[in-house]
Design a protein around this ligand. Structure first.
Ligand code: GLN
Length: 490
């Protein structure tokens, strides 16, 4: 079976029936990385020896007839925000260069315990700040469908690595868009879980009240398999939910018959690219054909979402990034012998000046401003109040419908460099996604076709903790369209 058509579930079947061995599977993916990654730059680091060693161990479990799960032996990659014990973890930023975490993220441990094999760490916008992966301090990732285009961000390395068949799945994080946008731009499936469904412990913080780790996969079934492994309560994360985790992969084929799908008025606004509008309408028509009932819904406070997001997110970023002081982690100007630093204060200042990229500095300044005395009430507190209105809008809308559907991004994948000069135009890429993070509800991007051979995603949104329904609808749509079969030509 060609590598490009393999999925987690098909690979697991081949491993069970001994038509494939884990070392072969891992080796094929490592070879693929060697062949295509110089063009794509999805990986920051490849852990070849470690992966091959784990492949041997996993094969022994298959030989003994007792693989740990359907993820046993499956090659994957982590966004570089995920701490993995003993493996350099930079969050895509120079300031963490050389940082080797003494512990692993809970999600990384859970995936490891399920037998999944990490091939390496994936590129991203530094600290998750961006929509294109161009804000990585280690160079941009390219879109496997067109190397002159961005793969989306901030989990762009994850989307690109899955799309280019360098791994069978990847982890990502979504604070305002960062799983769904790269999934939409790379024809992959991305799930942003309910806030609190997946532990944030050991995932380097961007904006703690919004951060949601989750999977990027080739298919919806794979997404369910990874999600049921990543999700669950974690005593190390105070905001993690104690609700039991359903076995998402067990009941995927229930269909969408009689499901009420809300079509969000506010998502069909003037900035929407005409062909994306066309693809979204076709997707809605397909869902209707499958038996869903469409109904227009409105979330009036969504118009404020992007503004609210950029106040709350930058406020939390400014506080979370305060810990990088040139002493505790990674990069320090002190260790550069040619630079003479007279005082401790100067070590802090110079390490931050040289270690952080321009986008992180911009956000630290904006957030510090929004939190400063005299402005706190006018900006931060106001934004918190508006966030509550947005959350209530969603809860009200879900009294009338089971799911909400709409576009992911207002445009197809844009050209590398096209938006780097104008951060505001970059921020607008997230307009249909940030309201979801503010409300804390789950949402997915599932492939819904192409515009000029560039992938487009459909966004499905569900009430808090209704990931199962979300996956069922995404599965029905995917099986009826099968856009994921159109793999890139790299
Ligand atoms: N693009 C958004 C931002 O730059 C979202 C990032 C994210 O979800 N990590 O803030």
């Amino acid at each position: 079976m060609p590598l490009q058509t393999l999925t987690i579930s098909s690979a697991h079947k081949l491993l069970l029936s001994k038509q494939l061995s884990v070392p072969e599977l891992v080796k094929q993916h490592l070879d693929r990385i060697e062949a295509v990654d110089p063009k794509i730059h999805a990986f920051l680091r490849v852990q070849k020896d470690n992966a091959l060693m784990r492949a041997q161990q996993s094969q022994k479990r298959y030989d003994a007839g007792s693989p740990r799960s359907s993820l046993d032996g499956i090659p994957m990659g982590h966004k570089d925000l995920f701490c993995v014990q003993g493996v350099e973890t930079t969050a895509g930023s120079n300031i963490l260069k050389g940082y080797v975490p003494p512990y692993s993220a809970t999600t990384a441990l859970k995936l490891e315990e399920a037998g999944a094999i990490m091939l390496g760490k994936l590129n991203q916008d530094a600290f998750g700040h961006g929509s294109s992966t161009e804000n990585s301090d280690f160079g941009p990732t390219k879109n496997p469908y067109n190397l002159s285009r961005v793969p989306g961000g901030s989990s762009g390395g994850s989307g690109a690595a899955v799309a280019a068949s360098e791994v069978l799945f990847a982890t990502g994080t979504d604070t305002g868009s960062s799983i769904r946008l790269p999934a939409a731009f790379t024809n992959t499936v991305g799930l942003k879980p309910t806030y609190g469904r997946v532990s944030r412990y050991g995932v380097i913080a961007m904006a703690s009240s919004l951060d949601c780790p989750g999977p990027i996969t080739k298919t919806v079934e794979d997404c369910a398999l990874v999600m049921e492994t990543m999700a669950g309560h974690d005593e190390h994360d105070a905001t993690s939910s104690t609700k039991p985790v359903p076995q998402y992969s067990a009941r995927l084929a229930t269909g969408v018959k009689n499901l009420k799908i809300g079509v969000l008025k506010e998502f069909f606004s003037e900035g929407l690219h005409p062909q994306i509008l066309e693809r979204t309408k076709q997707a809605l028509a397909k869902l209707e054909l499958l038996g869903a009932k469409l109904e227009e819904v409105s979330l009036p406070s969504c118009d404020y979402a992007l503004a609210v997001y950029y106040i709350l997110m930058t406020s939390e970023v400014s506080s979370n990034l305060a810990r990088y002081d040139g002493i505790k982690y990674g990069y320090s100007v002190e260790r550069q012998s040619e630079i003479k630093i007279p005082t401790l204060q100067a070590v802090y200042e110079e390490s931050r000046r040289l270690g952080f990229g321009a986008e992180a500095k911009l956000r630290i300044m904006l957030g510090t401003f929004a939190l400063s005395s005299g402005y706190y009430d006018a900006y931060y507190k106001k934004a918190l109040q508006a966030r509550e209105l947005i959350r209530q809008d969603f809860i009200r809308a879900f009294e009338r419908c089971d799911l909400i559907a709409g576009p992911v991004s207002p445009t197809p994948p844009f050209k590398i460099g096209e938006k780097t000069e104008n951060p505001l135009s970059m921020y607008l890429s997230d307009i249909y996604m940030t309201p979801i993070n503010l409300a804390g509800v789950p949402a997915m991007s599932v492939p819904c076709g192409f515009v000029d051979q560039l992938p487009v995603g459909l966004q499905l949104i569900a009430p808090h903790f209704a990931e199962e329904r979300l996956l069922q609808a995404a599965y029905a749509y995917e099986q009826a369209t099968r856009f994921y079969e159109q793999v890139p030509n790299v």
